[in-house]
Ligand binder design. Structure first.
Ligand SMILES: *[C@@H]1O[C@H](CO)[C@@H](O)[C@H](O)[C@H]1NC(C)=O
Ligand SMILES: *[C@@H]1O[C@H](CO)[C@@H](O)[C@H](O)[C@H]1NC(C)=O
Ligand SMILES: *[C@@H]1O[C@H](CO)[C@@H](O)[C@H](O)[C@H]1NC(C)=O
Ligand SMILES: *[C@@H]1O[C@H](CO)[C@@H](O)[C@H](O)[C@H]1NC(C)=O
Ligand SMILES: *[C@@H]1O[C@H](CO)[C@@H](O)[C@H](O)[C@H]1NC(C)=O
Ligand SMILES: *[C@@H]1O[C@H](CO)[C@@H](O)[C@H](O)[C@H]1NC(C)=O
Length: 930
């Protein structure tokens, strides 16, 4: 099974601190939803079956034959099921999503409340064993987009209007293509947007839907009222007038240049189709994504783009697999890399991790349009506050500072003291740090404060998440000035000019990878993200009822930009599969390398977060040269692929001379030294680089010729393998007027040595893994549970690295097994085993460990983050049934956790990390008589 959490991909900072706080010891108690890792939906599976054509000896080649064969086999095996959706696209995906019903049957003994049941392992195995079944994966829930701040623009004279709406086109040289009249005419882009379709009534998006319009069609798979748990009500109209994310995405691709704000879509002559997969709120499931993708394919879309995903690290989710296969047919599929840059490496999103799709990173725009506040009562420059539009405040208001200590780390995290005045007439000034912004603002609101400025503590000047409060970030120096002036008794007040105070703040991070953009590579060392595009501070369309235009940030915004560039490519080169299958390589090899900072001497940014670099649309579309491949996947030291070949082909009419050279990028030190914890983003870079030898260093390619070359890599020397250093860079192929590159990535360590399970007490104050008790504490010795109500043990654990397989079994209390993690509580007496292992002396193998039966198993689990936001840990409630729903007899047991190391062999016990729980007494009461 494959499971992970999804989220929307526009970005706002939520937590006000850059430092990981320890979680509350009982944080796991609130996490009942985590009884399956990530957001897997209990008992719902996507079953993939072989195409009819692949089933030998099938009498009927009726298109539904594989489905009927599947259902027949399920019934024969006594698997109760309901079919939710059928997929039937030969060559891409044939199968069904099903709900297994016997997995829902609760045991007679013990009434379990609030505990989602685990999907039946046994049924899953039964399904997997059916002839013709290729894969069984869980259905995954995808939370819906959260509201974004929006502004009702008053007209062309609105002072809030960014003057520089085409900067992203200049950065990527899209403007040069537009100047030649290239704008994607005749290309069909199917948009599968994370949220809510498109407002096709928007004049800038053509003002209508259907033949002859920009929006040529669409489909609503769910309906306005769908929230992920109720029944979807599909209809043909993907109209979005309640959310806006999909409309913003559509404008980035297709906004008509004739609009009050002079913005234009990257491919404003392309035809758009909108597949709506979210209602106005709530979540959806990935079987809906697959349905939408397959409809896009059958409706002839050339490009499919998805601004959605969830942090993962693996390439195996159903939606990833389907996206990858669609890419292999010559369509271009662009998918967001994710907004988890702050959570470190090996954490890109799925389905963006789809092996053949284009995973898109975000680059910060060079200028951020912000607002200035005016200072009264002292001579001080205007204070720039992080808002695109002026605060709707017309009075001049005095300031109130919650702490005059300008180094306070947790300002306003606790309720404000009784001495605090009524803050309704003040601008409250707070220092950033420790708790969430909303918590600080809630404390201010308790004193009737409704307007606040939070000053930075060095974490970075950026957009922040403030819920529905009127508040934002200012820079540290301005906050210190205000706090000091207040402390000195100066009567300072602020006003918020409603016009004339817009300021093109030169983003210090402009032109660099956005700090929120997720870090790859995947856990199996595929190259994600593939390419970067502008995704920070993008002005685009919003639904008319929501204000028509607005600014958002995220890999959600970078992704449609790449869909637009892809449309320009198809428009120029023709919409053939060969153009589609080579597009990613073309974009990667013609991209612009991105530095890690604006400081001279700092290395190039890691390829693990910039991919091949910032897309250069003009070079990709106009060059006569083809460099192949775009990526060298060097793998880890245990699987090192040092020798790589590549070719340079001349499709033009003139010979050209090239030189080869090596531009190493910073080596990303992916773990915190001395720990197995991932280093938070920005992941620190070292300048210990790989070295490369080439077969030749200069050569000339004549028209029609192909030059074959080799590069021989040596991993960086002197790096500390224990921090899993990700080395990367570029092989540059440079002529007098053009430069191409092949990007490479590898790990200077063996991933099999990476510690997977967190065994420290850093997060919960107790060594993990641990069993939680109903009172929120962890048990440290033998404990009894009745399995009535909430009286169940909960396995609380964290993964520092992703695992291909996590398995939990019930074992006898006196089992003799050499576990690898945090051994405790096994007295020498108990170690005199009741069980004997045939293979004990030799260490045994996975199957030979004598268990009483499996409780549950999950495949391809992402690692955890260090943030208590649902991704920080896993909490598995243990019920008194085996995976097959057979009731476990009362008695004493232990719980055995086994977690496979990356690149480990699942049949070998020694490739697992294992942990044995304290003795657990199963003391369920006898079943009630009815
Ligand atoms: C839009 O472009 C036109 C023509 O270049 C210019 O006159 C106008 O001021 C621009 N409008 C805005 C809002 O930038
Ligand atoms: C905004 O404030 C900044 C910083 O004080 C200042 O440099 C800039 O000139 C101001 N711009 C406007 C339009 O007020
Ligand atoms: C602001 O949000 C909070 C929490 O979501 C909610 O309780 C409150 O009613 C909201 N207030 C307004 C004015 O919308
Ligand atoms: C790296 O090697 C491992 C082990 O052989 C393999 O599973 C994985 O697919 C390889 N990765 C790539 C990108 O080839
Ligand atoms: C668990 O229950 C058994 C049977 O009632 C009892 O003997 C044992 O002492 C109990 N153990 C704990 C730790 O409460
Ligand atoms: C269910 O699983 C348990 C543990 O593996 C096994 O002992 C039992 O026989 C199974 N029950 C059925 C009905 O297959």
């Amino acid at each position: 099974m494959k499971a992970f959490a999804w989220s929307y991909l526009c970005f706002l900072a939520f937590v006000s601190t850059a430092f990981a706080a320890k979680f509350p010891a009982n944080a796991w108690k609130d996490a009942t939803k985590q009884s399956v890792p990530g957001n897997a939906v209990p008992n719902k599976f996507i079953v993939e079956v072989a195409d009819a054509a692949d089933i030998p000896g099938k009498r009927s080649l009726h298109a539904r034959a594989p489905h009927e064969a599947l259902y027949h086999s399920l019934r024969k095996r006594d698997v109760g099921f309901k079919v939710d959706k059928e997929f039937n696209h030969q060559g891409i995906f044939v199968g069904a999503s099903v709900t297994l019903d016997n997995a829902n049957v609760r045991p007679a003994m013990g009434v379990i409340i609030d505990m989602p049941s685990y999907a039946s392992l046994q049924d899953q195995q039964k399904i997997a064993q059916i002839a013709g079944v290729k894969a069984v994966r869980p259905v995954v829930r995808i939370p819906g987009p959260k509201p974004v701040s929006m502004h009702v623009v008053t007209g062309v004279n609105d002072p809030a209007l960014p003057p520089d709406s085409e900067s992203t086109h200049i950065l990527t040289r899209v403007d040069k293509l537009h100047a030649q009249g290239i704008a994607g005419k005749g290309v069909k882009i199917g948009m599968i947007s994370l949220d809510t379709g498109i407002d096709h009534t928007h004049p800038t998006l053509g003002g209508g839907i259907g033949p002859g319009f920009k929006i040529i069609g669409g489909f609503d798979f769910v309906g306005d009222a769908f929230d992920g748990s109720n029944t979807p009500v599909p209809d043909p109209d993907p109209l979005d007038q309640c959310n806006g994310h999909g409309t913003h995405v559509a404008g980035i691709i297709g906004a008509d240049p004739v609009n009050p704000f002079n913005i234009s879509g990257v491919a404003f002559q392309a035809s758009l189709t909108s597949y709506r997969i979210f209602g106005c709120g709530g979540s959806t499931t990935d079987d809906v994504i697959i349905e939408a993708l397959l409809r896009g394919v059958s409706e002839g879309q050339d490009i499919l783009t998805m601004s959605l995903g969830g942090s993962d690290g693996w390439t195996e989710s159903s939606a990833s697999v389907v996206s990858s296969r669609i890419s292999d047919t010559g369509k271009i599929v662009t998918i967001a890399a994710g907004n988890d840059g702050s959570k470190g490496a090996f954490y890109t999103s799925s389905p963006g991790n789809a092996i053949s799709a284009i995973s898109v990173a975000s680059l910060d725009n060079t200028v951020i349009e912000l607002q200035n506040a005016t200072v009264h009562g002292a001579t001080h420059d205007p204070i720039t506050y992080f808002a695109t539009f002026p605060f709707p405040v017309t009075q001049t208001l005095p300031i109130f500072v919650t702490s005059t200590d300008t180094t306070v780390i947790d300002d306003a995290c606790d309720p404000l003291p009784d001495s605090t005045p009524d803050l309704s007439g003040f601008v409250t000034i707070i220092r950033r740090g420790t708790c969430t912004f909303v918590q600080k603002l809630t404390n201010v609101a308790a004193k009737k404060g409704s307007l606040a400025l939070i000053y930075d503590n060095g974490s970075g000047f950026s957009a922040i998440s403030v819920g529905n409060f009127t508040a934002t970030l200012i820079q540290a120096a301005d906050g210190v000035f205000l706090a000091n002036a207040f402390a000195a008794g100066q009567k300072i007040s602020l006003s918020f000019p409603q016009s004339g105070a817009a300021f093109g703040f030169p983003d210090p991070a402009g032109g660099l990878i956005s700090s929120f953009s997720s870090f790859g590579p995947t856990n199996d060392l595929f190259f994600k993200p593939a390419i970067a595009a502008p995704g920070g501070n993008i002005l685009s369309t919003l639904p008319v009822p929501l204000g028509s235009f607005g600014i958002e940030s995220g890999t959600s915004m970078a992704t449609p930009f790449m869909a637009g560039v892809s449309a320009l490519l198809f428009g120029v080169k023709g919409r053939s599969p060969s153009v589609g299958t080579t597009a990613r390589t073309l974009f990667e090899t013609t991209a612009q390398k991105i530095s890690s900072s604006h400081t001279d001497g700092d290395p190039l940014q890691s390829v693990a977060v910039q991919g091949g670099g910032l897309v250069d649309a003009f070079s990709a579309i106009t060059t006569d040269f083809v460099v192949t491949p775009g990526e060298f996947l060097l793998n880890d030291t245990a699987n090192f692929k040092p020798l790589q070949t590549f070719t340079v082909k001349n499709n033009g009419k003139k010979a050209k001379a090239f030189k080869l050279s090596h531009s190493p990028a910073g080596t990303a030190l992916s773990l915190q030294p001395g720990t197995s914890f991932p280093a938070d983003g920005p992941v620190p870079l070292s300048t210990q680089f790989a070295t490369v030898k080439f077969s030749e260093t200069s050569f000339t390619v004549h028209p029609g010729q192909t030059q074959k070359l080799t590069a021989h890599f040596t991993a960086p020397k002197g790096v500390d393998a224990s921090v899993l250093p990700i080395f990367s860079g570029f092989i540059d192929i440079t002529s007098a007027d053009e430069i191409f590159h092949v990007s490479y990535v590898g790990v200077a360590a063996s991933l099999k040595n990476a510690k997977v399970v967190d065994t420290t007490d850093t997060f919960f104050g107790t060594n993990l893994p641990a069993l939680g008790a109903p009172d929120g504490t962890f048990i440290s010795g033998p404990s009894n549970f009745t399995f009535v109500g909430a009286d169940i043990p909960t396995l609380v654990m964290r993964l520092d690295f992703g695992t291909p397989k996590l398995r939990v079994d019930l074992v006898g209390p006196n089992i003799k097994i050499k576990t690898t993690l945090n051994q405790r509580d096994i007295s020498p007496v108990l170690e005199r085993s009741l069980f004997t292992f045939p293979n004990d002396a030799k260490g045994g193998s996975f199957a030979q460990v004598k268990t009483l039966g499996p409780l549950f198993e999950f495949d391809f689990i992402p690692r955890n983050s260090d943030v208590n936001d649902g991704s920080g840990f896993n909490a598995f409630g243990i019920s008194n049934v085996f995976a097959n729903n057979t009731v476990i007899p009362n008695g004493s047991y232990r719980i055995l956790l086994r977690v496979l190391k990356v690149t480990g062999d699942p049949t070998k016990e020694e490739d697992f990390e294992s942990w044995l729980s304290p003795v657990v007494g199963f003391q369920a009461p006898p079943p009630k008589q009815s």
